[in-house]
Design a protein around this ligand. Structure first.
Ligand SMILES: [Fe+2]
Length: 577
């Protein structure tokens, strides 16, 4: 049985294919069309999914979309009527949604297939149920507490659920305009980070700040009866799309979120590229602080309703790895399973698995054991692309390749590491990564100056052999998808200076041999040379979506000052080219 899952006409459009209950392939459209956070129809992703299983759209039994425009409709209408200025906007959105409802036409047009030959059934699933499904149905658990939070989806920003067997029972929803994601976005915008998805950057700025504004910022979000409310004095009225405007070219533009109250309290907003002041750092500190307080409050409330140690979580805010890293100390939950594509691309998997288990009543067997669900490329394709790019290379067996790369990294060189299937979700986890020495004092600056050009305050991440985690970090709950930030043990901080953030933390990826044998063995090889069971891992890209194909990796290698490219079995040295 084939189920195609989709997130479409929403940021991070994506497709996933579920074959007999197993997610066999999943990809965000941005990786294929190279438009970051693309929010149109994921035509290329759909084609890639179908090609991966050798099927046509006429072979697909079900198509599931992680969006249901009828969900919470009463709330939406009531909100629009109470905000006359937003009624037109609301009607436009409804019209667009009506037009998009003809999924069959959209798919058959994109795939150039006769509409009459398709036989799939359509399913539309509320946004946050799809988020929770993307975590729970991928987890190994038979029951769990389910939690989802983000900016907004189907007029909801937060959902709590009880997950058991095949069922996800919704316990609570927080409706718009109250949204923890929008709270975070509002302050990010105020301090000059205005693009969709900038929130993750600002998370790295927070530890540079002090408590100066904690009290004032905490007044922007109030705790209420197990949930929360925004103090709307701090916000512009955002409308039912919560300030997220999808442009005709599929890019996402954010409407201004902060109100004049912010300016009155804190002075003029920071312009992008202006110097970051202590005020901006203190505001980001206060933002992260309040975000965590509300998050832990919500999780404690959830635990009261679902007193289980297991927490299945997704939604864009679940990418807040700093908050995730603290939840074991701050809440009664003892285990997390967080969808690696916690943002909206993950809806494709959630909607498809929900159809399989909850709608079709099929038993649960699948577990997502790693995030390598994207495309891979043959050695011959890789070699052909290297030749086309006029690069000289050496082709090596597995062990000599690992030795050579470990040697290069140990010597302080920066290596593009392109192997196997591309990761699903926003993190590079050892298949589309740039790797480097985690213990060289200037490595962060080298990476930024030569390749990444990132904000100075953003840390780089460590990948660590899972069994060595406890030696280096103060928590041993694994973090296979790089979604937890933990304190680095004091005696190890000097050894990890390139990945040790200003607050002595690291957003680690734990690596087991089962999840990624080649990457695991690379870290082992590096450890043999340096004594450090950790490698610095950053995504393989330069201000663009993460590279997907060999050509994109080669292009990035050529235009940046990367020293080495290890692509499939081939080793390319800049010095030889
Ligand atoms: Fe979402």
């Amino acid at each position: 049985m084939l189920i195609l899952g989709l997130n479409m006409f929403h940021a991070d459009a994506s497709a996933a294919i579920v074959q007999d209950g197993e997610v066999v392939y999943a990809i965000a459209e941005e990786r294929l069309n190279r438009v970051k956070h693309y929010a149109g129809f994921p035509a290329l992703a759909v084609k890639a999914c179908l090609d991966a299983v050798g099927a046509k759209i006429t072979d697909v039994d079900h198509v599931a979309v992680g969006q249901d425009s009828d969900a919470n409709l009463t709330k939406k209408v009531r909100y629009a009527l109470a905000n006359p200025a937003k009624i037109l906007n609301f009607i436009r959105l409804r019209q667009r949604k009506e037009a998009l409802r003809d999924l069959r036409s959209l798919l058959t047009k994109a795939l150039e297939v006769d509409l009459k030959k398709t036989r799939f059934q359509e399913h539309h699933l509320e946004h946050h149920i799809a988020h929770i499904a993307s975590a729970y149905y991928c987890s190994p658990w038979e029951k769990a507490a389910g939690f989802s939070y983000d900016g907004s989806g189907d007029f909801v920003s937060t959902m709590m659920a009880r997950c058991e067997g095949n069922e996800i029972e919704v316990l609570e929803r927080v409706f718009l305009p109250h949204s923890l994601g929008s709270f975070y976005t509002m302050i990010c915008e105020f301090i000059g980070y205005k693009k969709y998805g900038d929130e993750g950057k600002v998370m790295g700025l927070a530890p540079y700040g002090k408590e100066t504004y904690c009290e004032q910022i905490s007044q922007a979000v109030n705790l209420r009866d197990g949930g929360f409310e925004l103090n709307l004095d701090y916000f512009m009225p955002l409308g039912s799309n919560q300030g997220m405007q999808i442009q005709p070219d599929g890019t996402v533009r954010m409407a201004r979120h902060f109100s004049d109250r912010m300016t009155k309290l804190f002075g003029p907003p920071r312009e992008p590229h202006a110097q970051i002041t202590q005020r901006d750092m203190d505001l980001s500190y206060a933002m992260q602080h309040r975000f965590e307080e509300v998050f832990f409050y919500l999780l404690k409330r959830l635990y009261q309703r679902v007193p289980l140690p297991e927490l299945a979580m997704a939604g864009g805010c679940a990418l807040n790895s700093v908050a995730n890293g603290k939840l074991f100390a701050e809440t009664p939950f003892r285990q997390t399973w967080i969808q690696p594509a916690a943002g909206d691309e993950g809806l494709a998997i959630g909607a498809a698995l929900h159809t399989y288990h909850s709608v079709l009543r099929r038993p649960r067997r699948y577990q997502m054991k790693n995030s390598y669900l994207g495309p891979e490329f043959s050695d011959s394709r890789i070699e052909a692309d290297l030749k086309k790019a006029n690069l000289s290379y050496r082709k090596l067996e597995r062990e000599p390749l690992l030795e050579a790369v470990a040697e290069q990294v140990a010597a302080g060189n920066v290596v593009g590491w392109f192997q196997g299937r591309m990761e699903w979700g926003p993190r590079a986890l050892g298949n589309r990564s740039i790797v480097a020495h985690p213990g060289l004092p200037d490595m962060k600056d080298v990476l930024n100056a030569r390749i990444k050009h990132r904000e100075w305050f953003r840390p780089f991440a460590p990948s660590i052999l899972v069994e060595r985690q406890n030696e280096y970090f103060e928590y041993d709950h694994p973090s296979p998808f790089m979604l937890h930030v933990y304190k680095i043990r004091p005696e190890k901080r000097a050894q990890l200076c390139a990945v040790n953030h200003v607050d002595n933390t690291g957003r680690l990826q734990t690596v087991s041999r089962e999840e990624n044998p080649l990457y695991y063995d690379l870290i082992r090889a590096f450890e043999r040379k340096t004594g450090i069971p950790i490698i610095l891992n950053t995504s393989f890209n330069e201000n663009e979506p993460i590279v997907c194909t060999p050509e994109e990796a080669i292009d990035c290698f050529k235009r940046t000052r990367m020293d080495v490219l290890a692509i499939g079995p081939c080793l390319v040295l800049k010095t030889e080219n």
